[in-house]
Design a binder for this molecule. Structure first.
Ligand SMILES: Cc1cc2nc3c(=O)[nH]c(=O)nc-3n(C[C@H](O)[C@H](O)[C@H](O)COP(=O)(O)O)c2cc1C
Length: 202
């Protein structure tokens, strides 16, 4: 029998130290092409039933952010025709502020033998790996979705196909100001041991 691996104190330090970092706390430089490629390699190493890669990312280059800001502002106006100028400014800011901005698209294959819910889980695992890789490379990152991710006009503008979902936008950059510490969460809050009696109690 092989011995269980000894727990090294530092083995999970990277994973345990990850925090989401608001775009307001991020500054340039964001990850360059090599760093983005490394992060995507990590995302592609996530568990993926059937190897379907049911996700993709869209990079929004800096030169096209004003056009993205126009699209965000128009979406806000569609949703709220009376939106005050401050809300429109904030909608534009979401497109402009992050040093690097990605769209994370879930693209489940409905006709696959792999259940769609497992494809969503695989996409989520990839997103988690992407965020952890950004953190390990020294960048701050956060995923933000919001109502705009459901707007059909915006989705068409961004090039989503009818079977695709915009899970959110990933902001990336150098951390200017550390986020507040994470709220402590106990592993015991998500961990139970099965027995017929405990199952019946739930
Ligand atoms: C797909 C996805 C979309 C999210 N969208 C939002 C959002 O629109 N607004 C928000 O405040 N947090 C959103 N979050 C949560 C944040 O990204 C972040 O996880 C949360 O603030 C907790 O911070 P932590 O990751 O440091 O624990 C989203 C998370 C995921 C996975």
């Amino acid at each position: 029998m092989t011995a269980a691996p000894a727990l090294r104190d530092d083995a999970l330090a990277g994973l345990l130290g990850r925090r989401s970092v608001s775009p307001k706390r991020l500054v340039a430089p964001g990850p360059d092409a090599a760093a983005l490629e490394a992060m995507l390699q990590a995302a592609l190493r996530a568990p993926d039933h059937g190897g379907l890669r049911p996700w993709r990312v869209i990079e929004f280059p800096a030169a096209l952010r004003p056009a993205l800001a126009d699209a965000f502002e128009q979406e806000k106006r569609r949703r709220d025709p009376m939106a005050p100028a401050e809300d429109l400014r904030r909608a534009r800011e979401h497109a402009i502020l992050p040093p690097v901005l990605l769209g994370f698209v879930v693209a489940p294959q409905p006709r696959s033998a792999v259940p769609v819910r497992e494809q969503w889980l695989g996409a989520g695992a990839a997103l988690g790996n992407l965020l952890n890789a950004a953190h390990q490379l020294g960048f701050g990152a956060i995923v933000l979705s919001g109502e705009r991710c459901h707007d059909p006009v915006l989705l068409r503008t961004l090039g989503l196909r009818h079977h695709e979902y915009l899970a959110g936008f990933v902001s990336l950059g150098t951390v200017r100001e550390a986020p507040p510490p994470a709220r402590p969460a106990s592993p015991r809050s998500v961990w139970s041991c099965w027995s017929p009696a405990t199952a019946a109690e739930r």
